[in-house]
Structure formats: C-alpha cells, structure tokens
Design a protein around this ligand. Structure first.
Ligand SMILES: [Zn+2]
Length: 149
C-alpha cells in the first residue's frame, strides 16, 4: 500500500494543516490523534509516523518509546476523562487503516455490558453518533496540556 491509500499517511502528509485532534502529541516516531468517526469521547490512536503494517517492522528506537507512550496516554486519559483504565488494541484490518495503530480507549466507570472488551469497537463507524470535531479538539487541548506537563 502506498501512503496515498492510507488514512494515517495522508494526514501525516498534510501535518501543518491538521486540526488539534489529529496532532494531540507528536515526537520523532509517534503521533497521537483522536479516533475519527467514533462515538466515545477521548478514544485515542497512537500512530507511527511512517507507513508500516506489522508491529514486527518497528525499529528498535520506535519500539523503545512505544511502551512509554502507551503508559503516558493511559495516565493522561485518566486525568482528563476520569476513566478507571485504558484499553489497548492493535488490529489494522479496516480498509485504509492497515497502518499500524494502537487504540487507547478510556474505559469509563459505569459502562453497559455491550461496550466491554472488544465489543467497544462497536462505537467506531459511528456516523451521526460520532464525537463532533469541536469536542475532539477540546479534548485534544486538555490532553495535550496534561502530556506537556
Ligand atoms: Zn500509512
């Protein structure tokens, strides 16, 4: 797959024009975004900044900061959303989303059973229920402030 067919690479290619929710935090290797077309406020996605489709393709340097990012994001989500913990998942099966990406899902205190574990993915492809861009940007600002602190 080329970058042109990949949602993550297409966004990376227009980095300077990205909304806040598409660049919540960035370093040399990773970019943190809010999940798009998603019904759950605070659902984050951690992306390598180059195209790869298997975890096995990460360099040692990328791998070294992966765990640190996951833990930092889990802590920031706890601070901003009050979640009891964060789910972490990596599949890359949706069309246009083969680019390695880690979902960090803020697991709320009082969730219906239909949202627990992998069933939470039912909150994606949300259509009209999706978190509006303005709300994603607001959360992005709060998360970025915590992450910068
Ligand atoms: Zn890509």
């Amino acid at each position: 797959m080329t970058g042109g067919e990949c949602y993550a690479c297409a966004r990376e290619g227009e980095f300077e024009r990205l909304p806040a929710y598409e660049r919540i935090a960035v370093d040399e290797h990773w970019r943190v975004v809010h999940a798009v077309d998603c019904a759950l406020p605070g659902w984050l996605v951690l992306l390598p900044r180059r195209h790869l489709e298997s975890l096995a393709e990460l360099t040692d340097a990328e791998a070294a900061s992966l765990g640190v990012w996951q833990v930092r994001l889990a802590r920031a989500l706890g601070e901003v959303t009050g979640c009891r913990k964060a789910y972490v998942a990596q599949f890359g099966e949706a069309a246009g989303f083969a680019h390695v990406h880690f979902h960090l899902v803020p697991r709320g205190e009082e969730w219906p059973v239909e949202w627990l574990g992998p069933r939470v993915f039912g909150l994606l492809k949300a259509g009209e229920r999706a978190v509006p861009a303005a709300r994603m940007d607001e959360l992005a600002g709060r998360l970025a402030a915590v992450l910068a602190g």
